[in-house]
Design a protein around this ligand. Sequence first.
Ligand code: GDP
Length: 159
Amino acid sequence: MPLVRYRKVVILGYRSVGKTSLTHQFVDGEFLECYDPTVESTYNKMLMVGKDEFHLQLVDTAGQDEYTILPPSFSIGIHGYLLVYSVTSLRRMPVVLVGNKADLSMESREVKTDEGKKLADSWGAVFLESSAKENQMTRGIFTKIIEEIDRVDNSYCTV
Ligand code: GDP
């Protein structure tokens, strides 16, 4: 008997990198040159992997713009994220990797600072460790992501 499993995956990435096209191709087996971004944002698809039956719920963030308040479906019960970029654009995604709960004792730590840093470096992301108990640290995180967004925006050539 195959095991039946449920997996919810959110597809992230800049606008127009092909999030909807990838999802639509996977779910419906076709590629559309133009896709109405407002049509659908959640797709369901069953996929056999090995002997197990995976029921996928795919949440496409393509229809959102910077003014959209993300619905709860984008943040609740997620098992994984797909981060998509386009090989035709050098535009880098501003990412800050945050190792939180750094206030807790060494005994409960499973990820060394070095390991977090290495992972962030391999992504070209900024790395910070933090504690939600420290207001200054949380401020640092949000300041950093704002700075990163600005830095990436300003390095984007518009000539
Ligand atoms: P989204 O905003 O990230 O969901 O991007 P879309 O899926 O709407 O794609 C943006 C544009 O790029 C559309 O015109 C697509 O047809 C095109 N596109 C998406 N993926 C590919 C791809 O793999 N190859 C090519 N050649 N075009 C693509």
